[in-house]
Design a protein around this ligand. Sequence first.
Ligand code: URP
Ligand code: ZN
Ligand code: ZN
Length: 473
Amino acid sequence: MTKTFIHGGTVVSPTGSQLLDVLVDGETIVAVLQPGATALGADLAASADVAINATGKYVIPGGVDGHTHMQLPFGGTEASDTFETGTRAAAWGGTTTIVDFAVQKPGERVQDTLGLWHEKAAGNCAIDYGFHQIIGEVNDESLKGMSELVAEGVTSFKLFMAYPGVFYSDDGQILRAMQSAGDLGALLMMHAENGIAIDVLVEQALARGETSPYYHGVSRPWQMEEEATHRAIMLAQLTNAPLYVVHVSAKQAMEQIAAARGNGQNVFGETCPQYLYLSLEEHLGAPGFEGAKWVCSTPLRSKVEGHQDELWRYIRTGDVTSVSTDHCPFCMKDQKELGLGDFSKIPNGIGGVEHRMDLMFQGVKNGLISLERWVEVCCTTPARMFGMYPRKGVISPGADADIVIYDPTGHTSIGFGKTHHMNMDHSAWEGFEIDGHVDKVLSRGRVIIDDGSYLGSAGHGRFITRELSQNLI
Ligand code: URP
Ligand code: ZN
Ligand code: ZN
């Protein structure tokens, strides 16, 4: 087994940053040591097979992206990253674990659909992965399926208050699923937008000839997100279900979440980099059909209404508990183009699994969050939230050796054209200049990114059987 010694770097955790050396034996971190403090440390260093000099760099736990959609069948097409291309791109960006969504649609058995997602991922992933389960039809059978899945390490379930006729659940169905989640102690993840009312607004916009991507955002106003978030919180309170509200973009929805958390309820908020940087006016409102690149739901919000600043503030207060990507990539050609002349037919989703660690590090550079909070929201809390801690999300003896060597003085250009590794013909982040760079990535002890080279392989990544959330109040 390979022994790797990482020395000279600053190890960052949610509780602090310290000059520490890290010894890896095979797939596992075996020691975290004060540099040169002990003879044991010197012996260990001397006996290592590989030495990594991390002087001047941060040594952080591999990123945990708790919200991705590889190969998701959606919007009349399928998300363009396979488990192979998407997990490889994730690795390039310093993410070493994803939790993707298996999808049950009406008429399907939950257990069968999970099996299908296992087939899609097995043998193809560059990094470790787990699954959440989307429940597209709440009934006796699927509720029974939930308890079987928990026993198999799939401990979180997503429901949709949006997308009537696709994934939508009505309030009665949500209540039943939450009762089951409450009984099981499983996390209920909610796409909180009032889909029934939104569909009316969409129909009215199209009837007025408002067909460009900008109107995707206009027809999904923040009131629809706030209302649904409030309703989900009330139903969760009644049923004692732990609630994780995904991809929050409206400051008013966060206000609801913060209030529930203030009341001691197990309610958590997730946001994504797109809601922190991109806007209705500049991006969805780009000339012509360009805005299609940024059609996702919940939608990008108005910059002048101040959602972005408030989301950063909620990251600082802890009410945004984790930052995921909601990686759901579609190419412009043949995919986003399905909505030329009708924004409601544009497949909803933005790709970004490769850029989350860098984009969130800009928050550190810009003085919006601390270095420690960066690691907390991108690595440690997602690991705890989704029942993978302390195996993931921490640099500590016994943990998987998922480690990123991050250079705070490096630079990453997300240029125009193909400067990324996701299977997309564009990037939602074109033109972003990043202060910072992912130098090396270890996945379970194996160096898979090494100063600009990919050394990983499909099939290295393993399925993670997850515990119940370890983040409950
Ligand atoms: O637009 C989005 N978010 N697409 C992915 C599906 C979802 O709702 O998370
Ligand atoms: Zn969603
Ligand atoms: Zn999603």
